[in-house]
Design a protein around this ligand. Structure first.
Ligand code: NAP
Ligand code: MG
Length: 407
């Protein structure tokens, strides 16, 4: 294609670069599949672990603020610092998880859905359509306080109202020996926006919404989630759902775990923060691979951050550094970009951009369905020997070839 015929992306996309192998694939996605076709402006933030450390994580906060400004962002996978990483990259500190920091700023819900291809059959034969997960991205154990109880003593939970009304105190436990306690919280406002985001997503995608918690055991905390979901549904969604022949269903989390195995899919499963963390990885693996998962953070104010859900593929990166070619799967990164472009196109009213993103997705899916895929997928593909494990670069080139033939 010539420069002249590039597709114009009208408004700015916030770009959050990341670490290790996903950083390599990020650059390759742009160089091979985006920049040759799109005239787009990105507001770039480098979330490389060293740069986050150098800026005392200010770059992460700035990136989140930029998403609030421009509305749409796309994020590469990033290293969450550990003591090993502090040594490896000679960091000043163990900076917080950037995903956690961004989610705390934008609030909102993370929606994940498997990317399905014909030649990779989910481990559960019943699943014919995607099961989407809506993970509440605020509070609970991710914003907790913990105390190591060193020996005998009383532990309490206390609420001191600002209006000087009576303090509320409950004894957590009277310890006879060492132990642990934890304090977690959530806010009605965040839960309400979580519920609203889930109902909006279900309605948009035309899938039923299931919400699960453990209100039989957690009679205040989880019951509050359930009640807010019920209210939000009754007030704002019931008539729309009835009209669209969609349903909302609440049941206990263990009940959903059992039922989800028997469904055909085509459901949004709304999960509390921790449940969503765990269940999304279970679903990703059962649908095929963590590398075949899309993920988007939707904030209550209507900001969207599309992200590459899996990790930075550290092992492949070390091979790459030694000059070895790897067969790393870039699907989650490609789909983070296409998701972001589709949303940008939708918000800007630029059909050409959405159409380009759809064609890029088709090209990637058809490449895999045509038997050209990365090593992780060959292992689980129904094509067995006839599927071809190619190096990452060659996989990109195969997608590009299909894309060129569509444009
Ligand atoms: P990982 O990136 O999930 O990779 C674990 C293993 O899974 C790989 O060694 C590889 O198996 C396979 N794998 C994962 N993604 C693959 C892909 N795209 N293509 C092919 N194979 C893939 O986990 P990790 O390497 O242990 O984690 C590295 C870092 O990721 C950590 O520092 C963590 O903080 C970060 N992380 C970031 C995010 C995020 O930002 N979204 C999420 C999770 C973790 P084989 O080696 O057997 O081929
Ligand atoms: Mg997780």
């Amino acid at each position: 294609m010539t420069l002249k015929s590039k597709i114009q992306v009208k408004n700015t996309i916030v770009e959050l670069d990341g670490d290790e192998m996903t950083r390599i694939m990020w650059a390759m996605t742009k160089d091979k599949l985006l920049i040759p076709y799109l005239d787009m402006e990105t507001d770039y933030y480098d979330l490389h672990i060293k740069h986050r450390d150098d800026t005392d994580d200010q770059v992460t906060k700035d990136a989140a603020a930029a998403i609030q400004k421009h509305g749409v962002g796309v994020k590469c996978a990033t290293i969450t610092a550990t003591q090993d990483r502090v040594k490896e990259y000679e960091l000043k500190q163990e900076t917080k998880s950037p995903n956690g920091t961004i989610r705390a700023i934008l609030d909102g819900t993370v929606f994940r859905a498997p990317i399905m291809v014909k030649n990779i059959i989910p481990a559960n034969r019943n699943w014919k359509r995607p099961i989407h997960i809506g993970r509440h991205a605020y509070g609970d154990v991710y914003a907790n306080q913990e105390i190591r109880v060193s020996g005998p003593g009383r532990t309490e939970l206390t609420y001191i109202p600002d209006d000087n009304s009576e303090t509320v105190t409950k004894v957590i436990h009277q310890f006879n020996g060492p132990g642990i306690i934890q304090g977690i919280h959530n806010t009605d406002a965040s839960i309400r926006s979580f519920a609203a985001a889930c109902f909006a997503y279900g309605y948009d995608r035309k899938v039923d919404v299931w919400f699960s918690a453990k209100d039989t055991i957690s009679k205040t905390y989880d019951t509050n989630f359930k009640k807010i979901f019920d209210d939000e549904y009754d007030i704002n969604w019931k008539s729309k759902y009835d009209e669209a022949k969609l349903t909302y269903f609440y049941t206990l989390i263990d009940d959903v775990v059992a039922r989800i195995m028997k469904t055909e899919g085509g459901i949004l499963w709304a999960c509390k923060n921790y449940d969503g963390d765990v269940m999304s990885d279970m679903l990703a693996s059962a649908y095929g691979s963590l590398a075949l998962m899309t993920s988007v953070l939707v904030s209550p104010q209507g900001y969207f951050m599309y992200e590459a859900a899996p990790g930075t593929v550290q092992r492949h990166y070390y091979k790459h550094l030694q000059g070895e070619k790897t067969s790393t799967n870039p699907m989650a990164i490609i789909f983070a970009w296409t998701g972001c472009l589709k949303k940008r196109g939708e918000l800007d009213g630029t059909l050409g951009v959405s159409d380009f993103a759809a064609k890029l997705e088709e090209s990637a899916l058809e490449t895999i369905e045509g038997g050209t895929m990365t090593g992780d997928l060959v292992k689980i593909s129904t094509q067995g020997e006839s599927a071809q494990a190619v190096f990452m670069e060659d996989f990109f080139d195969a997608i590009k070839e299909r894309l060129d033939s569509k444009l």
